[in-house]
Design a protein around this ligand. Structure first.
Ligand SMILES: *Cc1c(COP(=O)(O)O)cnc(C)c1O
Length: 469
């Protein structure tokens, strides 16, 4: 019977029927717990039966979709029926990743969410922000601006300060202390196109009150865009706190194994904006995908999507383990005579600790299901003895890799002033609060005792050779 109906249907009817089946399954998955969503995503038994019974999401590498007839082709290209068309526009494997991210980022959020994956995290920052810079009249009486936390990723700082400010002439208003609501309020005005922050930030671990800043942005009908690459949805989901769009680099902890570069934006429906047309406001990530990304072309490779999807399944467990190790390492460093200061949201007495305690919660709690704070895998520490000592400590590490990387299954360290945040120069680093003797440390899955031993040996060796005790 079902078979006969299937045969009788036109290709368009079939595409619509499978889309409504997928939508029903998505509703079912949305009600599951965080780990279940992470493991299964939207790929269910019905879909598997249409894919040779494969229980793992298949890798679709075909650049283009074959259509049953010209009617189906026409409808798909007009976006009237769901289809893949061409892999720059959409791809089934990338779609599995996008939907899983949309569900995880929307976990605990009342409304609907959509996601668009991109070729890198920086492409995601660009996709999340550039559509708001339409129709710029920078010479007019009311030049537009955007407001952003200066404590942000080096690539974001360069996009904002060089590509947007210098090349397009739009004013960027940097917020120096994102904990200071008065500073945000003093910079946001009726010409503000969007408000942007990173929480916790890379590398300073600065945080801000997402709900309060969202209210300030919404007062002038501007959206709040938040990069939570460092926290991941396992610890913080900005849409639940009033943000409009979330940005991720999928190259970091979400893709911890390190087999791919990727990014994503996830938006709520009906975002706040004075300048966007209605369709973009209604479903930002999806319309950006089908228009902005289609025409600029920052699509994610399906093989990369599969690698990232595979890591995403264990996100919560990894963030839990890395966070517990990182807390032990941060406590060790805070008590070390060769260390000046440790920036880790889990340490009482750091400026972001209070807000971290209020907002960084492991999804679904600890093993007994009790609410549990976890503070992530990333920290910064400054060495006694200035920049030269920081370089010597970095050079002495034997287990922790020297690399401009983070969120990795392997622990890695870098000096931001000479690497990730080199390009923005001395003045840019002062603005972003990045001293020359800051070491950024990302804790991976090793036994924390071995990480501590490596750090201790490096710090001791440098201290004794420099006569610091
Ligand atoms: C790495 C990073 C990015 C950029 O991501 P890529 O995948 O490297 O392009 C953006 N934001 C934050 C917070 C990052 O750490």
């Amino acid at each position: 019977m079902a078979e006969a109906m299937y045969d009788a249907a036109s290709p368009i009817e079939r595409a619509l029927a499978s889309a409504s089946q997928a939508a029903e399954h998505r509703v079912v998955m949305r009600r599951k717990h965080f780990d279940t969503i992470a493991v299964h995503g939207i790929y269910g038994m019905q879909e598997a039966l249409a894919n040779q019974g494969s229980i793992i999401e298949p890798a679709y590498l075909s650049p283009a979709q074959h259509f049953a007839d010209s009617d189906e082709m026409e409808a798909a290209l007009a976006y009237q029926i769901p289809g893949w068309v061409y892999s720059r526009i959409a791809n089934p494997t990338v779609h599995y990743l996008e939907e899983t991210l949309a569900l995880l980022e929307g976990y605990g959020f009342e409304g609907e969410t959509s996601a668009s994956a991109t070729s890198s995290g920086n492409a995601a920052v660009w996709l999340a922000t550039s559509p708001f810079l339409r129709c710029l009249d920078t010479q007019g009486a009311n030049p537009p601006n955007f407001v952003a936390s200066a404590q942000c990723y080096g690539g974001t700082f360069m996009l904002f300060s060089q590509r947007y400010a210098v090349e397009q002439g739009i004013e960027v208003r940097w917020v120096r202390n994102p904990l200071d609501l008065a500073e945000w309020a003093s910079k946001i005005d009726a010409r503000t196109r969007f408000v942007y922050g990173e929480s916790p930030s890379n590398p300073g671990l600065a945080m801000f009150d997402i709900a309060a800043v969202a209210r300030l942005a919404h007062d002038v009908e501007a959206p709040l865009i938040v990069d939570t690459t460092v926290a991941t949805p396992a610890l913080l989901r900005p849409l639940c706190h009033g943000a409009d769009i979330v940005v991720h680099s999928l190259s970091k902890c979400i893709g911890a194994s390190g087999f791919a570069i990727g990014g994503a934006i996830i938006s709520r429906h009906d975002i706040v904006s004075r300048v966007l047309p209605g369709d973009l406001r209604g479903d930002y990530a999806r319309v950006c995908k089908l228009q902005t990304a289609r025409d600029h072309g920052p699509s994610l490779s399906p093989l990369s999507a599969l690698m990232i999807l595979n890591d995403l399944r264990t996100l919560r467990q990894r963030v839990d383990q890395f966070s517990r190790s990182a807390l032990a390492v941060a406590q060790f460093l805070a008590g070390h005579p060769g260390v000046e200061y440790v920036a880790y949201p889990g340490l009482p007495g750091t400026p972001m600790h209070e807000i971290a305690r209020a907002s960084l919660w492991l999804a679904d709690g600890d093993q007994e299901g009790r609410p549990a704070n976890r503070y992530g895998y990333l920290m910064g520490f400054t060495t006694k003895g200035g920049a030269a000592a920081a370089r010597a400590v970095l050079d002495a590490l034997q287990l922790i890799w020297r690399a401009t990387d983070l969120g990795r299954i392997k622990s890695v360290a870098t000096i931001p002033a000479i690497s990730t945040h080199q390009q923005q120069g001395e003045a840019g680093r002062t603005l972003a609060s990045i001293p020359a003797n800051l070491i950024r440390l990302s804790i991976g899955g090793e036994d924390p005792r071995d990480i501590i031993e490596d750090l201790d040996a490096a710090l001791r060796g440098v201290a004794s050779s420099r006569g610091i005790s």
